[in-house]
Design a protein around this ligand. Structure first.
Ligand SMILES: [Zn+2]
Length: 495
């Protein structure tokens, strides 16, 4: 809850309290129908005593903020008896004006029900009370209003709730009634105010969960999300064949289990997966002949055969692939000399392998990320064991290479995701065996946060893979010491 304390520009303190009951779908009293209901804060003067608002002033304003109206009709009590600034009335004049107000508003004392709360008494307001000659507090506690106006007699006894926090009577003992407390609680439960009592979002790592399988020692898996909340994971067994395990959205916490996939594929390194659309997955891997190979899945046609893409890559190497637009690929791989090569696919077919990202020299396979159709960033471990990056924009071509620090073993690959445009989260298995993370958050352009240990609870036996479904979540996959797959989630664990 936000409470503003106001002073104003004058030397003397100024300002009344102010807050607005939100509209929670219950009847709104007549006198408040044209007031704002979206006031998301409480304003208060600097000190309550200087503006003489009475002992329950803060509670009164918070009462408004949490859904309560005044016990008297309206947002101030002068208008009930049509009281002008500085005007003084006799008790008879005040009574007449009060009766006129009542007759304009239905004719019974219900017209003085300001809050539509059943157990708060009707309230003619402090202005009437004062003009009638009663002290604001103490005895007497009621006034009988009796007479004849326009030839029609009237007779009612008013006992205003002078001990109520939502009245204007400046009496010492004040309270909310059970009916008001019920409304306060209903308002707090309403979406307009429920953030006040909800648990704080707790963004953290979930801890690691086993996904099973048995993979080539030290490998990395490939993962795609064809739809939010789903995963398809691909891993290479020690015989080079590829296995798949799916986490389909309609069955939470249920993996389909590992199945042989991409028939005919025999990989000499970890696979890489890319998707263009909800019905498509493309796999890339280095074959036993050192060439790049690809195969694809479409829901309609199932797995394609295997297509060789040329190139010359070492055993155990993985490729990096991005689809900047539907129907295209950019494929990156590290040649045996450590330099990076690129092969692009479009409607014209594959371009063939060309040297790329000049001056990049990698000691492990590259990773590629794109956040827009004109952009690719590559990440790799350099010969100095640091992480390095280089990026492409259509307009400017390749940037130079930038070191990102860290300490990683030879042959290690990094995992990179862009949860939103112009941000990165980078993961790697440090030379100490733990998972490390380095972020490039949008809020601090040109600033990496630096490497910190992350995703606690597992020292993987291979490089991690990462994926994000949206700006508020990340999922990391890595093999454990037994070469089985484990995964950990980062996000709002209370959601
Ligand atoms: Zn008020």
């Amino acid at each position: 809850m936000v409470v503003f304390f106001r002073w104003g520009t004058d030397p003397a303190p100024t300002g009344n309290g102010n807050a607005g009951p939100p509209d929670i779908g219950r009847p709104i009293p007549q006198g408040w129908k044209h007031e704002r209901t979206d006031v998301g804060f409480v304003t208060m003067p600097s000190t309550q005593s200087l503006v003489d608002q009475g002992p329950a002033f803060l509670a009164h304003e918070v009462g408004h903020f949490l859904g309560l109206h005044h016990t008297f009709p309206g947002t101030s009590d002068g208008p009930i008896i049509d009281l002008k600034d500085g005007e003084t009335l006799t008790p008879a004049q005040a009574q007449e004006r009060l009766i006129r107000f009542i007759r304009r508003n239905g004719g019974s004392a219900i017209a003085l029900d300001g809050d539509l709360v059943k157990d708060t008494a009707v309230d003619p307001g402090t202005a009437f009370w004062r003009m009638h000659g009663h002290p604001e507090c103490g005895r007497p506690d009621s006034v009988r209003v009796r007479g004849t106006l326009d030839l029609i007699p009237y007779d009612l006894t008013l006992r205003p709730p002078r001990d109520n926090i939502m009245s204007y009577y400046r009496c010492a003992e004040k309270r909310f009634t059970p009916g008001q407390i019920e409304k306060l609680q209903a308002t707090i439960a309403h979406p307009s105010r429920s953030h006040l009592v909800k648990h704080q979002s707790r963004f953290d790592w979930s801890g690691w969960f086993p996904v099973g399988g048995t993979f080539h020692a030290g490998d990395t898996v490939a993962v795609v999300a064809r739809r939010p909340g789903t995963f398809e994971v691909f891993g290479r067994a020690s015989d080079g064949r590829l296995w798949q395990n799916d986490y389909p959205a309609p069955t939470p916490d249920r993996w389909t289990g590992w199945n042989l996939t991409a028939p005919g594929a025999v990989a000499s390194g970890p696979p890489t997966a890319v998707t263009w659309s909800a019905d498509h997955v493309q796999l890339f891997f280095v074959g036993t002949d050192g060439q790049a190979w690809t195969c694809n899945w479409f829901d309609k046609t199932g797995w394609s055969g295997m297509f060789p893409l040329g190139g010359s890559f070492g055993a155990g190497e993985s490729l990096a692939a991005v689809a900047r637009t539907k129907g295209t690929f950019e494929l990156f791989g590290r040649g045996s000399d450590g330099v990076l090569w690129q092969n692009d696919y479009s409607t014209q077919g594959w371009t063939g392998w060309n040297r790329t990202a000049p001056s990049a020299v990698a000691s492990g396979p590259p990773t590629a990320v794109t956040w827009s159709a004109d952009h690719v960033s590559l990440f790799f471990v350099g010969t100095d064991g640091q992480a390095w990056t280089v990026n492409w924009y259509d307009e400017t071509g390749w940037s130079g290479v930038f070191p990102l620090g860290g300490s990683f073993g030879t042959g290690e690959s990094l995992a990179a995701i862009a949860r939103s445009k112009e941000t990165f989260e980078l993961f790697g298995r440090g030379s100490d065996g733990r998972v490390w993370q380095n972020d490039y958050p949008a809020a601090t352009p040109d600033g990496w946060t630096g490497w910190t240990v992350t995703a606690p609870g597992l020292s993987p036996s291979g490089s991690p893979t990462a994926l994000s479904h949206d700006a508020d979540s990340m999922q990391v996959f890595a093999l454990d010491a037994g070469s089985a797959l484990q995964t950990t989630y980062w996000g709002n664990l209370d959601a």
